[in-house]
Design a protein around this ligand. Structure first.
Ligand code: ADP
Ligand code: MG
Length: 250
């Protein structure tokens, strides 16, 4: 494996409003290894995804996509590279004024490289992959939460990325919705996509990832497999795995 197959954070620090969100954070996502970053709400998980995409600039350290370091570089210089990565935002971030089909094809229409017929074919194929093709002409407001997430995934897949980032993809879904999303992530992995999820949902993490990073108070305090996590002696990790009733009220 070469460095051109990984996305990395090197000694990254990031502060918002005087609060240190990340400190000296090292992280690597290699092609083919599906990872989850775990952490409590407010820990900085969404921030990590935005930093990895170059949507935020770190205070120190750098982000590299393959051999190219994108920190401090104009966005236009790494747009092509970033197309290899898609993100499914927590709320789905669908455009309410567009139909499901328009949402999925939006970026392809904007790029203008493909014909209308080609784009429509991709839209149908991606919607069929996530199992919501019948919703093609509906508007986001007409969809359930689980369907919205699936449409957001279809949209992320439209540009055929190698890496897909998921921000809390199962939060707020019922058990069937959670099952559907886990199943989709596994199918994407089987097709060779590399997934990075940030979540506090352990069940989804264990069902879809091989490696886990635990973010606590701006630092990565654990990195390893599910088994290593269960065996970890770190109290923060153990508490996350088995929250006690008392800790829920702290
Ligand atoms: N634009 C912002 N302005 C001020 N604080 C922010 C902003 N975005 C995030 N934060 C704060 O930064 C911390 C990390 O946020 P986030 O990455 O969204 O956490 P997570 O995704 O783990 O819940 C939180 O405490 C949040 O309140
Ligand atoms: Mg978040």
């Amino acid at each position: 494996m070469t460095s051109s197959d990984s996305i990395r954070m090197e000694k990254l620090s990031y502060t918002i409003g005087g609060r240190r969100i990340l400190e000296d954070f090292d992280f690597s996502l290699e092609r083919g290894v599906n990872r989850t970053i775990l952490g409590i709400s407010g820990a900085g998980k969404t921030t990590i995804l935005k930093l990895l995409l170059g949507l935020l600039q770190p205070d120190a350290g750098r982000v590299c996509i393959g051999d190219v370091c994108i920190t401090g570089v104009p966005e236009s210089d790494f747009m092509e590279l970033r197309k290899r990565i898609a993100i499914v935002f927590q709320g789905g971030a669908l455009f309410d004024s567009m139909t499901v089909g328009e949402n999925v094809g939006y970026r392809l229409f904007e790029e203008g490289r493909l014909s209308q017929v080609e784009i429509e074919q991709i839209i149908r194929e991606k919607l069929s992959f996530v199992g919501v093709e019948p919703a093609l002409d509906l508007y986001p407001a007409e969809l359930s939460g689980g369907m919205k997430k699936r449409v957001a995934i279809a949209r992320a897949l439209a540009a055929d990325p190698d890496y897909i980032f998921f921000d809390e993809p199962t939060t707020g879904l019922d058990p069937i919705g959670v099952y559907n999303i886990c199943n989709l992530m596994q199918r994407l992995q089987a097709e060779g996509k590399t997934t990075l999820m940030v979540t506090h949902d352990l069940e989804t993490a264990f069902r879809t990832s091989q490696r886990f990073t635990f973010l606590h108070q701006a630092r990565m305090i654990f990195e390893g497999t599910q088994e290593e996590m269960r065996e970890s002696r770190l109290p923060e990790v153990q508490q996350f795995l088995r929250p006690t009733v008392e800790s829920l009220f702290v």
